[in-house]
Design a protein around this ligand. Sequence first.
Ligand SMILES: Cc1cc2nc3c(=O)[nH]c(=O)nc-3n(C[C@H](O)[C@H](O)[C@H](O)COP(=O)(O)OP(=O)(O)OC[C@H]3O[C@@H](n4cnc5c(N)ncnc54)[C@H](O)[C@@H]3O)c2cc1C
Length: 814
Amino acid sequence: MNTTPQPAQAQVVVIGGGIAGCSTAYHLAKQGISDVVLIEKGQLTSGSTWHAAGMVGQLRASANITRLLQYSVELYQSLEAQTGFPTGWKSTGSIRLCCTKDRRIEIERQVATARSYGVDAEFLSPQQIAELCPAMSTAGIDSGVFIPSDGNVNPSDLTQALVRGARQLGVKIIEHTTVHGITLNNHQVSGIETSSGSIDCEQVAICAGLWSREIARRAGANIPLIPSFHQYMVTEPIEGIVSDMPGIRDPDRLTYFKEEVGGLAAGGYELNPIPYDGEPSVDDPEFRLFPEMTEHFAQFMPGMVERFPQLETVGIKRWFRGLDSFTEDTHFILGELPEVRGLFCACGFNAMGIAAGGGAGMALAQWMRDGESPFDLWPVDIRRFSAYHRSDRQLGPRVLEGQGHHYVMHWPHFEFQAGRPLRRSALYDRLKKSGACFGSKSGWERANWFAQGGKPAVDRYTFGRPNWHEAVAAEHTACRERVAIFDQSSFVKLLVSGRDAEVLLQRLCAADVAVPPGTLRYAPMLNHQGGIACDLTVARLSPTDYYLVSGTAMATYDSDHSGRHIQSTENVSVVDVTSAYGVLGLMGPQSRTLLQRLAESELDRDAFPFGTVQDLMIAGAPVRVLRISFVGELGYELHVPTEYLLTVFDALHDVGVEHGLVNAGYRAIDSLRLEKQFCAWSAEIGPDDTLLEAGLGFALDLNKAGFVGRDAVYAQRSAPLKKKLATFTISGDQPLLGGETIYRDCEVAGWITSGGFAHTFNRPVGLGHVRREQGVDADYLLSGSYELDVAGTRFPAEISLRALYDPTGARMRS
Ligand SMILES: Cc1cc2nc3c(=O)[nH]c(=O)nc-3n(C[C@H](O)[C@H](O)[C@H](O)COP(=O)(O)OP(=O)(O)OC[C@H]3O[C@@H](n4cnc5c(N)ncnc54)[C@H](O)[C@@H]3O)c2cc1C
């Protein structure tokens, strides 16, 4: 029973005594913030943590999320020595089985990715698998990937060890106390209300598992997660099951296994998961385990028995059917909630909270200490969500689809289907009739490519050459040789206005934006380490107004980043005006001639030079025209008030016939920009990458004093760069998809961040950083001999430091 009295104030309050809360509290204290109170409404581990199976796998699609999980493993291995409390950690390794040709390719790709991220991974034959796991049948197994450093842990003991460590460093742990609300002062956390009174505090971390959303709502904020069921069974002992049996994942049968007291813990990820039909409430009881649903679990049994025939007869000791929280994109949620300063979260763990908890707590604690994520955590950053993520109706079906997707093939270019269509440009029906195959990003339907000749506008998933290859090639060629039109209405547009707009943007942008109205600048914003926080184009409209344009997913992130730097004395506002304007990208050598036929002013080079913005009349409509290219051709971005969008689009097509105008989609944008070595945020550039490393030094004005990140970039100039972006090509038609390992002189040197096909040159192309601790320069880069590992086969590669296609210095947004 809890005996620690609740203090009246603390620097930080952590809500929730599961793995996430205890790890966050432990790491806060480790980082020197020991005035921390952790509040748990039941006993520690009361929520999802105590009934987890305890499997800890490390490999994820993103390098930094893999890094977090690697950190978890290091922590779990060493925590007992640090705290004196056993965690039950066992370094058993894990094996992911593959039983089909496509799965083998998927797993070969994962192995390559693992190696490039520094995770030791080995491909095993069925015989080698049998040696490690003699009780398992290897029938139908083609091979498997063995990750020796994976393991499993006792989740309750692990959490208790973290608590022991946190207490030793001064953290107060208060159980049997419920947090009812968060008190705010001008959108800033000022305290919490609990069943035992209030605590004044500066920061709060919501680590309350599936209750996190409800707690955030009470502060007027949103954490978009949905509770859903997951279950596994534990059997009586089985002969031949050894205590160091590696964790087994058999994705082709949707199942997993681990050793548990001489028997098996066996579970699965069904395609039809069962959502929780209640409403999580702060008054819910703790220790909630639900009756097993054996009839639902029965779908796994044939596959499980194939793998472990002993399961046909062995007794079942115990069922664990519990809730965890799941998210739309299957990634967990970390960071500061954009609605409330000082309010952070670590939750939504999609049934991998034990594996992620150590690293997530470490990263969140650093984030809380420094006010900025310690490294690029975009895949899990809460600012990836937007306004529609408040809707249960929208989230529910997509979250379930994601949960069901856990073990199914992770095809390249895969698109979720649930909850679509949601956000549509005014052109949606027009584009659909023209054969658009849509993809979805941040809820927007975006045309990826256009089917021609009556062919179905459907992606057929493959690791080989995709069914849309020829269609994209035609769009790509039209853009290079004639003119193409892209619906890019999903671009985020922010209006930064007020007396101090220039002051704010000068403080945030790496480029000089104290420029005359009518000037357009590629002007990324940096973080304090000099990494690229926001990838933006900035158009100055007037002395007091700027129009910022960035990628589809960036609305919350960019608004938050800009907004949080406004000082209390400054007169400036940041308003998201995305919905006010549709965007047409008119790109290609004939774009000027075509547009001139509809424009009521001159468009020649002198009247309307590159890098400027003008408000013009086009086809009778007032249109903001940005003279910029994201594909490396002469081009215009037409920002059209939404109600005029159809009119302008139709007019362009009417006159465009004579110019060979075609509709084109995002897959063509991608192949065009790869040829131009244009970077995409969250692929080539992000918070861990500097402008110098990405070859974007032109966007940096080091003569400008005092902008965020300037000192870090300035210092970077005095030492050799540790990585540098380059273009790679291979011959043949083996697609590059991103994630392929780059070998330089037979040593791992990095990975491909974006892959695709260079249609102009008829060969696969990819961008990636060549990395070396001692530094890289042009001589080093060009003197190496390169190979790319594509699904286990190394292909000789050519490196190019410049774009394949005549560079013009223009910029790309994704
Ligand atoms: C059957 C099953 C098997 C699993 N197996 C694995 C596995 O093998 N590997 C793996 O990595 N993951 C696994 N998971 C997932 C893992 O259990 C979770 O992701 C993880 O435990 C989540 O931890 P948490 O700290 O975020 O949440 P929780 O453990 O739910 O902790 C949240 C805590 O907050 C407390 N709380 C809530 N509201 C309040 C309030 N208002 N005031 C005070 N306290 C509050 C709760 O009582 C609870 O203790 C499994 C999940 C399930 C359901």
